[in-house]
Design a protein around this ligand. Structure first.
Ligand code: FES
Length: 163
């Protein structure tokens, strides 16, 4: 019996092989290939790493290193709503860690994860340039300043009520 995971892996393989074929003539296509995989799949699944490494004659660790290094590349699925807690210095010293913990508790996920229904994902970001309002939480493109753990929970509950 075929499992969803098996089918998913086959689909990912086909997509990744197609992308590698499309970039076969390029001299250093790694970044372009990874960006295209993320564009088509939504993130770079672990199944893609050995395929990309093998075709481009790299070690899998080198491919993983590039994915980790470039903040715009994701190795996990992203939620429809992206919640980001600022981890810059001003936010950190103003209670940012407690805010992040409240977000994790409210969503039931840790930083870097998405909820099982893919409604939310939780990330941290470097300073977003609103240090005067620290600590800050960013929901999609909206910045919410002067956050506390309680306000962060209310923010997510309010967002859930609107959807
Ligand atoms: S440190 Fe968070 S906005 Fe600057």
């Amino acid at each position: 019996m075929r499992t969803d995971t098996g089918t998913r892996t086959e689909v990912f393989r086909t997509v990744v092989q197609d992308i590698l074929d499309e970039h076969a003539a390029e001299s250093w296509p790694l970044i372009a290939v990874l960006q295209e995989i993320q564009h088509r799949i939504g993130y770079i699944p672990p199944e893609a790493v050995p395929l990309v490494a093998s075709r481009l004659r790299l070690f899998p660790g080198e491919v993983e290193g590039v994915i980790t290094f470039y903040s715009q590349l994701r190795d996990r699925p992203q939620g429809r709503t992206v919640v980001r807690a600022c981890r810059g210095t001003a936010c950190h010293v103003s209670g940012g860690t407690a805010v992040l913990r409240a977000l994790e508790d409210e969503l039931g996920i840790r930083e870097g994860e998405a909820t099982p229904d893919r409604e939310y994902s939780l990330e941290t970001v470097a300073c977003v340039g609103a240090c005067g309002l620290a600590p800050n939480v960013i929901v999609d493109d909206d910045v919410y300043g002067s956050m506390t753990a309680r306000k962060a929970r209310q923010l997510l509950q309010k967002d859930g009520d609107e959807s």
